[in-house]
Design a protein around this ligand. Sequence first.
Ligand code: 1PR
Length: 547
Amino acid sequence: LDGLDEVTLLDYGAGNVRSVRNAIKLLGYKVRDVEKPSDILDARKLIFPGVGAYASAMEVLRRKDLIAPVKEYVQSGRSFLGICLGLQLLFDGSEENDGVEGLGIIPGTVAKFDTALGLPVPHIGWNGLSQKQESAILAGVNGRHAYFVHSYRAVETPENRDWVLATSEYGGEFVSAVKKGEVEAVQFHPEKSGAVGLDILRRYLGPNRSAAAEDVERQAEAAKTALRKPAHALAKRVIACLDVRANDNGDLVVTKGDSYDVREKTDSREVRNLGKPVELAGRYFKEGADEVTFLNITGFRDFPLADMPMLEVLQRTSENVFVPLTVGGGIRDFTDSNGKHYSSLEVAAEYFRSGADKISIGSDAVTAAEEYLKTGKKTGKTAIEQISYVYGAQAVVVSIDPRRVYVRDPNEVPYKTTKLRKLGPNGEEYAWYQCTVKGGREGRPIGAYELAQAVEALGAGEILLNCIDEDGQGAGFDTDLVKLVSDAVSIPVIASSGAGCPEHFSEVFHKTRAAAALAAGIFHREEVPIRAVKEHLAEAQVETRLL
Ligand code: 1PR
């Protein structure tokens, strides 16, 4: 084939480009890695997925003598696709590291999003693309959503106007794609942008070389005629959650509890088995889930690095699932039976290497928050702080497992209470939400409100807010709880527990500041298709990503 089925990948080893590799493979192409400077000039097509901070990326390129070849390649207008930081590095420089020179191909400096506007930074999630010029690889993306994770962005100026290919809106317009001749770059992650992203990569790579590529093309053709409102803002996300554990035979299964009890109500008391994790995740990706979350629910007692099947689940899932993946359960410091110590950072690193985009911390976050509220001091040693420091706040989710505690008078307890829409069993008008650890088995002296604020201060980037009382009930999200917590922090809150029908999703988005809503049971039991949730949200005027 004379290299026509090959694409060169500039992976300078700074982070996870597993999904880019997996997408290329799925589409039937081979990856040739850049090992020496001449590999760049020998490339037929060059993909540059920038990872990490601006200065460190330029430093690695400099150390490997890659700056001159990349510049020469791009300046001669050869086929190039930059992703995320791979777009920003084309500019003169970035506020991220003042004084560090970029590749200097596009005039201008990349700047931080304006935090004074009160919008959360980093900008994370599915945002709309507005196309400004023709592009063979971006054909059909105008008005669609793509997945972004970044804190810095370029804006259009008279000097760079001829480069602007697409813009998006987040506290003002920013540049979400650039193009000149065969050189193109995108600020979003096509490898995490579902069908839209795969179609962009497919068009970049060339003729279809796999059945999957044919599928992606068919889906893109069908999407062209679908009636939908143009995407113009950050979408509310719909997340499918898979609670995973070994059943009594030792097989890893997706299970689902009622108020966290995952065993059958029959005499057998077997662990409920709702399917296989990799298969279900693949199904949810195809059906339009904006994210997939795995919770290893026995992680608090089993050490996850001993539990290799979970890592394999992630690896295999990331071969077919091209939306963000979160994994939780057992992220904490641990000493095994041989006395070998593992830090929470090492556990997280293993999850990231296996394909996770975010990790989620449950029990350990409660311990950390209690300690922080007691001393008022950050030690830098907690799992939240360490993982956030190394991988960024956007990669650290804290999962809260609260239980409702009714009170007659808010002054009865030292925790933040909320006035309830629905009275308690003895006519109580208020409740606080007690955090638990070990999968709800142990209550702690801290409320969900206090915990949320503490973990935000420690560096968590997102909150996954469960509710033990509503888990598996299908009676709707606890909007009192979701409002209490989403008003208390500026990081995104994922509402979880209790979804029973599409209307529950629009309700939680209309009544609270939740950025996302997660469900498990209704999706596993095929009671409500994800598509029905999305279509309902669109009708209810909630910004949502439609396939
Ligand atoms: O404490 O760091 O090891 O993390 C353990 C993780 O496992 C936590 O995120 C905790 O929420 C989760 N977990 C532990 N035990 C259970 C259990 O069910 N016995 N599952 C459990 C949590 C709750 C949701 C569920 C929603 C939606 N499951 O994630 O998916 O409630 O369900 P629904 O739509 O069917 O109502 P650590």
